[in-house]
Design a protein around this ligand. Structure first.
Ligand code: SF4
Length: 318
């Protein structure tokens, strides 16, 4: 673009020269409760977008329903606040029809692991190029404290006032059990440096990156992660050059274990461990087939398409 202004020199502005800052991604003012972990996640996402210099007009956030699913409203990118449990089918459609866009998915635990569980499993198997964030606070927050699949056993809620009957569903074990899963990680919103580094690793992975983000809801499930928040010794950092290494956290989180994210068996053992909260990349394999490639439809002319439809209709001719 060239601007002419009287006797002033001609000013050349090129879109390529523009450097996006975090403020370029700020949308509406966030309306989550004070202290909600979603605020931290929003900041990490804005930081990621700026670091990756993702053009807002080429970036889409798709969500389902729940407190966390309000996130697209608070970003100045494209957004689709979808329907409960259906964020992944919507994101799949966007990804297939607009492969030039970068697509993120935001879901809560009730959204992803309950009504959306079927979509979640098959999206992981399809392995489209998506960054999928599960914001897991262990409760239905928007509907005011109903037991979700990840609610800890014995936790009292409005739907199970005597305590949740069943042991919680483990999203990491499920994700790691899906054929063709290619990236599974866990992080926590109260460790922002790790959260950001994990999201960056997820964004740079080719294929579906599933990131479970442990998220505090101070209104309805404040006790769920309290031990891990207050006592860093309860957290085990999984470190590896192909995973996430955040040296600035070394003095706080001294419990560090080398874990090669290419070792699926080790990842599954870690996912099932209950002695500590594990943060890091559990598994990654960038060689897994992606649906964008395996479903590729060869380009055809209009005449060829009509001929194919005619042939298909002829199959039903009597
Ligand atoms: Fe966040 Fe909980 Fe408030 Fe929802 S109810 S906005 S999850 S603190």
């Amino acid at each position: 673009m060239t601007l002419h202004s009287g006797h002033l020199p001609v000013l050349e502005l090129n879109a390529e020269d523009y450097e996006y800052e975090m403020s370029d991604y700020e949308g509406a003012r966030a309306r989550w409760c004070p202290g909600c972990g979603d605020h931290s996640i929003l900041t990490a996402v804005q930081r990621l977008l700026a670091a990756e210099q993702l053009a807002p007009e080429n970036t889409v956030f798709v969500s389902g329903i729940g407190c966390s699913s309000r996130l697209p409203h608070y970003l100045k990118t494209y957004g689709f606040h979808g329907i409960h449990g259906r964020a992944l089918p919507i994101a799949t459609g966007i990804r297939l029809h607009r492969p030039d866009l970068t697509v993120f998915v935001v879901m809560g635990d009730g959204d992803c692991t309950s009504i959306g569980a079927g979509h979640w499993v098959h999206a992981m198997r399809y392995n489209l190029d998506l960054v999928v964030m599960l914001l897991d606070n262990g409760i239905y927050g928007l509907t005011k404290q109903q037991t979700s699949p990840t609610t800890p056993q014995g936790f009292r809620s409005n739907t199970q006032p005597r305590g949740s009957w069943l042991p919680p569903l483990n999203p990491l074990q499920i994700a790691l059990g899906v054929t063709n899963a290619s990236f599974v990680a866990q992080t926590a919103e109260w460790v922002p440096a790790h959260l950001y580094a994990t999201l960056r690793a997820a964004r740079q992975h080719r294929g579906l990156s599933f990131v479970r983000i442990l998220q505090r809801c101070p209104i309805y499930s404040s006790a769920v992660y309290l031990e891990a928040v207050q006592h860093p010794a309860n957290i085990r950092m999984l470190v590896h050059d192909d995973g996430v290494v955040v040296h600035e956290l070394d003095k706080i989180y001294t419990n560090q274990v080398a874990h090669d994210p290419h070792d699926l068996d080790a990842a599954r053992r870690i996912a099932g461990a209950t002695d500590r909260v594990n943060l890091g990349v559990l598994f990654r394999d960038g060689s897994k087939p992606r649906y964008e490639e395996t479903r590729r439809v060869p380009p055809r002319t209009q005449a060829e398409r009509v001929a194919l439809i005619d042939a298909e209709l002829d199959r039903y001719a009597i």
